[in-house]
Design a protein around this ligand. Sequence first.
Ligand code: UT7
Length: 333
Amino acid sequence: MTPRSAPSAVICGVGSYLPDKVLTNADLERIVDTTDEWIVSHTGIRERRIAADDQATSDLALPAGQRALQDAGIGPEDLNLVIVTTVTPDHFFPATACIVQDKIGARNAGAFDLVSGCTGFVYGLSVASQFIENGQMDYALVISAEKLSCIADWTDRSTCVLFGDGAGAAVVGAGEPDLGILAFVLESYGEHGDLLRIPAGGSRMRINEEILARHDDCLRMEGPELFKLAVRGVPEVSEKVIAKAGLTNSDIDWVVMHQANIRIIEAAAKRMDIPEERLVVNVDKYGNTSAASMAIALDEVYRQGKLRRGDNVLLVGFGAGFTLGGAVVRWAK
Ligand code: UT7
């Protein structure tokens, strides 16, 4: 695919929201048999945020979306679409996106949820960009939000120390040619679906007392297998999307990778020959927030004043599915 000319879909506003409660590694030492030393050396995580009991995923998504609207300088009634990407919806249905659409006041928007695990933000942006580029819509709001604390197994030290709650959002609208979302690549390897999932609670396995006793209503993950898939897959998908955008690795100014583990971020970047100073990292503060992680990291690096108009940003994620996805965005703000 050659890079597109007009009209292009650009990110015209970003925002994020993290709940106030901080759960440190020291706090976790009191919950499961773990140590700060193990968590930091194996993951780079020092603390994570945990939503309040009465905060559902839509309550995290809402302020993130409002901040993105404010940053874009548009009102909720300007939106034509709200997409929420999440693996922790408020309910099976209605869609969390519909709840957010109502609360945010997007009276002129359609809404749906999108499930692609930690790759959700890239999938969401790519879907939203279609409606903008074909001229059917003016603005779409993509919110990636997770309350992973409610699906974590707090008796399983191999997973519960990894995850956190939060939300990030982007407004996608029409912009100048050669800016915005230049290219994306979406991939799925469903044969690896069992590596990261919640076994019960869907139509495959109903929840009963036996399931609850086994904690099969909680997240299960084969970490080391996913680690290998990610370290191999991230450079591959990155190479494809960078080439699709008509660029080379040296043209990439910022890499916003899914924040699962500092060792994955550094190993994948090394394979891509991308220097450390171009990596956006916040896994130490928030842990793995699944779909929300890239959206939060993008908002942070933007609000730190580091992103300049014209900078090439590589968003690259991996997660449950197993999904992989990359997008090259030329910053338009
Ligand atoms: O977000 C989407 C997808 N998710 C990922 O991509 C996650 C990818 N995987 C990872 O990040 C890493 O595999 C983990 C952080 C999950 C695990 O790190 P690891 O270096 O692969 O450790 P391991 O699972 O091989 O475990 C090593 C040892 C084991 O002990 P033995 O069997 O060697 O005696 C574990 O029981 O560490 C033990 N261990 C712990 N020890 C203290 C596992 N979790 C903990 C813990 N505290 N929290």
